[in-house]
Design a binder for this molecule. Structure first.
Ligand SMILES: O=C(O)C1=C[C@@H](OP(=O)(O)O)[C@@H](O)[C@H](O)C1
Ligand SMILES: C=C(OP(=O)(O)O)C(=O)O
Length: 427
């Protein structure tokens, strides 16, 4: 796809699609609950559609019409042994959270995904789920897909996770809903807490004590109504576009502002960006607001420590932002980037270098020197099949002179099917 380049301004308003993490969880908890769950502003991206497909194969009646989803909850003991393989597509969240739920079911299931999923470590969830009593086999001792699992009769577990990962935490807590007794997960830094908030919304109980989260099982959940806030990880591409494209002003409506996700706003603020948040309110259990960003003069920052889990998926677009900030931006403590849809340290550095960025990979992150003009004379960039790399490159092209083509642009449909249409609406 030919990308817009040398853009003179981006102006207008966008309502970004529903949050991917929350959309997955709404379907999953809705499937486990007793009674009907209605989900509004659901993200109909490929990853969340994979979650719906897996739960339909587990016997759950789910109707999806655009951004509205109605789940007829299966209730306790209501999921059925699937006759077909469960295909999680490109979605790590589906794979890991689903394994947690399957660990609590007294039947057999097989789980596969695409080429990218086959490279992503599953041992981080299969190991603790085995400790709880699930029988799991798979490639390389159960560290990679394809996996097969037979669950049921779980023991509770007190688990200390070596990584700050909401997928690990959620998989264990979801399994804990089926175990007899208290299951807890401690993590080195706080990861996104959508599972905790949503279990409560479904009438369950979750305790949070510092960095330890626990659930007492077994628990019964009741179907509910959920409005999914706009995804701050999708908004991030336009927050950065608004800050780095000349003469720009972009307003993003109804964006989720859960503090475990707002690291991108902290970074933009520290860099000196012209950004304002209005109309903050609570939608059920998640805070939501409108964000306006204008073209800004930016300075470099250091990003690491407990900020990393709060912006982990935004690091590709933050790397682009840093190319337009005065000074050297250092991103550290971010080794987790190596096990995402692609090795995002490698793909970000390779692709931004093609456009003239002064960027280098480090062991656990990257270093970016700015401010550097980007050029794109007939250059071909590649998403590598990674949605966030594709969207970052489309924003990079906006400030590049020349022409640039994006290979594998269709990857954006994983989290933001209307991304290119929304970008063009601001031109
Ligand atoms: O729980 C979730 O919904 C997610 C958690 C994060 O992954 P990790 O748990 O692997 O950090 C994030 O990168 C992913 O996009 C979604
Ligand atoms: C890492 C991501 O998702 P997942 O782990 O669900 O594939 C992402 O959306 O950037």
């Amino acid at each position: 796809m030919q990308l817009p380049t040398n853009v003179s301004s981006l102006r207008g308003m966008i309502e970004v699609p529903g949050d991917k993490s929350i959309s997955h969880r709404a379907v999953m908890l809705g499937a486990l609950a007793s009674g009907r769950t209605v989900i509004d502003h659901f993200l109909p991206g490929a990853d969340c559609l994979s979650t719906i497909d897996c739960f339909r194969k587990l016997g759950v009646d789910i109707r999806q019409d655009g951004t509205t989803v109605v789940v007829e909850g299966a209730g306790p003991g209501g999921l059925r042994e699937p006759a077909a393989v469960l295909d999680v597509g490109n979605s790590g969240t589906t794979a890991r959270l689903l394994l947690g739920i399957l660990a609590g079911q007294p039947f057999h299931a097989c789980l596969v995904g695409d080429e990218s999923i086959a490279k992503r470590p599953m041992g981080r969830v299969t190991k603790p789920l085995r400790e709880m009593g699930a029988r799991i086999d798979g490639r390389e001792g159960g560290n990679y897909t394809p996996l097969s699992i037979r669950g049921g009769a779980l023991r509770p577990l007190c688990y200390t996770s070596p990584v700050a990962s909401a997928q690990v935490k959620s998989a264990i807590l979801l399994a804990g809903l089926f175990a007899d007794g208290v299951t807890s997960v401690a993590e080195p830094h706080r990861s996104r807490d959508h599972t905790e908030r949503m279990v409560r919304l479904f009438g369950g109980e979750v305790n949070v004590d510092g960095l330890t989260v626990s659930v007492a099982g077994p628990q019964r959940l009741r179907g509910t109504h959920i409005y999914v806030p706009g995804d701050i990880s999708s908004a991030a591409f336009f927050l950065v576009a608004g800050a780095i494209v000349p003469n720009s002003e972009i307003t993003l409506k109804n964006v989720g502002l859960n503090p475990t996700r707002t690291g991108i706003i902290d970074v933009l603020t520290q860099m000196g960006a012209d950004i304002a948040i209005d109309n903050v309110r609570n939608e059920e259990t998640e805070p939501v607001g409108d964000i306006t960003v204008r073209t800004s003069t930016l300075r470099a920052v250091e990003i690491g420590g407990d900020l990393i889990p709060r912006l982990i998926d935004e690091i590709p677009i933050i790397a682009l932002l840093a190319t337009q900030a005065e000074g050297t931006t250092v991103i550290k403590d971010a080794s987790e980037l190596k096990v995402k849809e692609t090795n995002r340290i490698h793909t970000v550095v390779t692709e931004l270098k093609k456009l003239g960025a002064d960027i280098e990979a480090t062991d656990d992150g990257m270093m970016i020197r700015g401010k550097t003009p980007l050029y794109a004379d007939g250059i071909v960039v590649d998403s590598h099949g990674d949605h966030r790399i594709g969207m970052m490159l489309a924003v990079a092209a906006c400030i590049a002179k020349g022409t640039v083509r994006l290979e594998r642009s269709e990857a954006v449909a994983v989290s933001y099917p209307a991304f290119f249409a929304d970008l063009r609406s601001l031109l």
